[in-house]
Design a binder for this molecule. Structure first.
Ligand code: NAP
Length: 299
């Protein structure tokens, strides 16, 4: 159902897009996607927040095509439900067990599901990981599943550590890699845990690595993003690692979604600038910094 590459003039003059989540108020996606739509000349297109509780998710999504929506992103806690309701799904969404991108066919009522978190993660890296290189993934939740799938597709030797070890064992049983109970050096370290959100000023709490351990990883990625950056990534940067922040992955997964909906190349630089602008806390929060450090977007 991905459209052929198009010109803006080939597309409908007006269309709706959005992000489904609960809660979703802090999502950066409307800012970055609306900036992209403007840059593409799709001035009649709008991307909006779609706050939908779990009990209303399926009914709402199935009505979106008839309401003028061409597609929607999906975030916590709906990614598994999005895959479950889809008429068709890509092989990677099925393998990961979750979808973050839905495309609607209003005429037939069909819903197509994809997962752009996996290729979005690869696109956010400075270069694709080399076959045979090594990676340690921290976490075994939904995002870790997408990251492990992406790395395994590139023949990376992946180790997975999780606070609840049984979940890491289950993840590698389904997607490959090896579950570990301690951190070992690797080419790439990816933090897919929410600890930086839950403990912003002590991001290493509960993790198997200290700040000094980060020097044993050439590249460090933190999926968490917050105004001013995360303590985890600041520690990696201070130790000379190449670092990639969560906003860069957010932009790349969103760019791939937009390309699937429009067939147009997405302006990732415009999207990153808009996402960074929208992650700055309002001026009054900057003046009283404790509330600024509590902003916790999830996408
Ligand atoms: P999830 O499915 O809820 O999984 C959360 C993971 O974090 C689990 O592995 C959990 O371990 C672990 N965890 C939570 N609190 C912890 C703590 N205090 N110490 C150690 N581990 C802890 O969430 P998710 O969808 O994978 O998202 C994880 C993070 O990535 C979130 O912060 C989210 O905002 C971010 N994210 C970013 C992007 C992006 O585009 N940048 C995309 C997706 C997600 P247990 O299994 O032991 O509970």
């Amino acid at each position: 159902m991905t459209p052929e590459p198009a010109h803006a003039s080939d597309l409908p003059a007006a269309a709706r897009l959005g992000v489904l989540g609960w809660p979703v108020a802090h999502s950066r996606s409307p800012a970055m996607q609306n900036a992209a739509l403007q840059a593409l000349g799709l001035t009649g297109w709008r991307y909006q927040l779609l706050p939908v509780p779990p009990e209303a998710f399926t009914e709402t999504v199935l009505a979106l095509g008839a309401a003028g929506f061409i597609g929607a992103n999906v975030t916590i806690p709906h990614k598994e439900a999005a895959l479950a309701l889809a008429t068709t799904a890509t092989a990677r969404a099925t393998a990961i067990g979750a979808a973050n991108t839905l495309t609607f066919d209003a005429a037939s009522g069909a819903v197509h599901a994809d997962n752009t978190d996996a290729p979005g993660f690869i696109a956010a890296l400075p270069r694709p990981p080399a076959a045979g290189s090594s990676a340690l993934v921290l976490g075994a939740g939904g995002s870790a599943r997408a990251i492990v799938h992406a790395l395994r597709e590139h023949d990376v030797a992946v180790e997975v550590w999780n606070r609840t070890p049984e979940r890491a064992v289950e993840l590698v049983r389904e997607l490959g890699g090896q579950a570990v109970d301690r951190a070992r050096p690797a080419d790439l370290l990816v933090n897919c845990t929410a600890t930086g959100l839950e403990h912003p000023s002590s991001a290493f709490e509960g993790l198997p690595v200290t700040a000094d351990d980060l020097s044993t990883y050439a590249t460090v990625v933190d999926l968490v993003y917050r105004p001013g950056g995360t303590e985890f990534l600041a520690a990696a940067s201070a130790r000379g690692c190449t670092v990639v922040d969560g906003l860069e992955m957010l932009v790349q997964q969103g760019a791939l979604s937009l390309e699937a909906w429009t067939g147009l190349p997405a302006p990732a630089d415009v999207m990153l600038a808009a996402a960074r602008r929208s992650s700055l806390p309002p001026t009054h929060e900057l003046r009283s910094s404790p509330s600024a450090t509590r902003r916790s977007p999830r996408d």
